[in-house]
Design a binder for this molecule. Structure first.
Ligand SMILES: NC(=O)c1ccc[n+]([C@@H]2O[C@H](COP(=O)([O-])OP(=O)(O)OC[C@H]3O[C@@H](n4cnc5c(N)ncnc54)[C@H](O)[C@@H]3O)[C@@H](O)[C@H]2O)c1
Ligand SMILES: [Zn+2]
Ligand SMILES: [Zn+2]
Length: 362
């Protein structure tokens, strides 16, 4: 099968012919139908999320089941599925306590004594990213990384739900409790931020303020539910948000992953407000915050990982939202591309020129 391989940090991905193993116990072999490209893939390429090359990235997929391994009862060939990085064990304190997305074993792949799921034609192992590796024509995944979806859902749009939509929408629907009428700021209008924005709209938020340094994104942000937009490249976005909200917002979602915008998020939150950190700041980077604001203004700061999901429950709901017309996905796809164009896609992402790009496979 053809796949895009990261051979060294900060180098272009290489399109290679690789081997994929047969499904073992509890595993499912998929034909990849589509995969979104998320900024977290770029973080790995740039070395700010730890994952050693050689690795096949990609973690926002939808596909069709080709074969199942021993003991798999939830899936059968022909099923349409979405893959998610938050593989769950079902028995740990997080899974049984209602927060399966925190399952500590989620990145454990096959046991080391087993053959690598992906390897070169010569038999050298290639790392699999988050049990998925969707920048490839086929995927071999644990069944607990997958959810079956309705067959009338178009698979290119379904793929967005695999990471960006679940992360952003879930941050607004699951991580915090946004009361109707609350003011909400979204910093960063990529796939993740635009999904958080839609979550705020679905929740019945009052003012929804989109902040980005690329003002062309504001037409799209307005279509998806923003009623105010702030150009971060022109003046102080914190002052602009305080002006619009009359003293700071109730909820601020940081959806970029920069120290400076984390600080802006906390500063944009008003008295009693909550800053939700969704963007991934490079590991090890420290961000100073004004601790006395947290105490004296009772501001909250919370992280949000993968939309605090229970994805086998959430994703079919999000598909219903889309098919009912409450969640807009068509508008979020800036381009459908071939696997061979993946390096250009990352260049576009670096420049902030896209909302979401989706690789489709024939
Ligand atoms: N918490 C999680 O579980 C989780 C899951 C998936 C992705 N993420 C992270 O979410 C972040 C966003 O991902 P994405 O795929 O939407 O990224 P993206 O690159 O598509 O979008 C980022 C947006 O931020 C804007 N931007 C950049 N710098 C800015 C600045 N200084 N001020 C204002 N706007 C600015 C860009 O124009 C772009 O619209 C990444 O850090 C990604 O790793 C987190
Ligand atoms: Zn992602
Ligand atoms: Zn668990």
């Amino acid at each position: 099968m053809k796949a895009a391989v990261l051979r060294a940090f900060n180098t272009p991905l290489e399109i290679e012919e690789l081997e994929i193993d047969d499904p073992g116990p509890g595993e499912v072999l998929l034909k990849t139908a589509a995969t979104g490209i998320c900024h977290s893939d770029l973080h790995v390429i740039e070395g700010s999320l730890p994952m050693p090359p050689p690795v096949v990235l990609g973690h926002e997929p939808a596909g069709v089941v080709e074969a199942v391994g021993e003991g798999v009862t939830d899936f059968a060939p022909g099923d349409h599925v979405i893959g998610c990085i938050t593989n769950w064990c079902g028995v740990c304190k997080f899974c049984t306590g209602g927060r399966p997305y925190l399952c500590p074993g989620q990145f454990d792949g096959r046991p080391p004594e087993m053959k690598s799921r992906i390897s070169t034609k010569g038999g050298d192992p290639i790392f699999q990213f988050a049990n998925l590796s969707s920048f490839a024509e086929q995927m071999l995944c644990p069944e607990r990384s997958l959810v079956k979806i309705r067959p009338d859902m178009p698979l290119d749009r379904a793929s967005l739900i695999g990471c960006g939509v679940t992360t952003g929408l879930g941050a607004a629907l699951n991580t915090v409790n946004i009361p109707a009428g609350a003011s909400v700021v979204i910093i960063g209008c990529g796939g993740v931020g635009l999904s958080a924005l839609q979550g705020a709209r679905i929740r019945g938020a009052g003012k929804i303020i989109a902040v980005d340094a690329q003002p062309w994104k504001f037409d799209l942000a307005r279509k998806l539910g923003a009623n105010e937009c702030v150009d971060a490249s022109d003046g102080d976005p914190v002052a602009a948000v305080h002006e619009i909200t009359g003293g700071g917002a109730d909820f601020v979602f940081e959806c970029i992953g920069l120290g400076v915008t984390v600080q802006q998020a906390i500063a944009m939150a008003g008295r009693g407000g909550t800053a939700v950190l969704v963007g991934v700041v490079p590991m090890g980077e420290m961000v100073p915050i004004p601790a006395s604001d947290l105490t004296l203004q009772e501001k909250n700061v919370t992280g949000s990982y993968m939309g605090s999901n229970a994805f086998r429950f959430d994703m079919p709901n999000y598909i219903d939202f889309y098919l009912d017309g409450r969640l807009f996905l068509d508008e979020m796809i800036s381009a459908r591309i071939n696997l061979e164009d993946i390096n250009d896609a990352f260049e576009q992402m670096k420049k902030g020129q896209v909302a979401r790009q989706v690789i489709t496979f024939d």
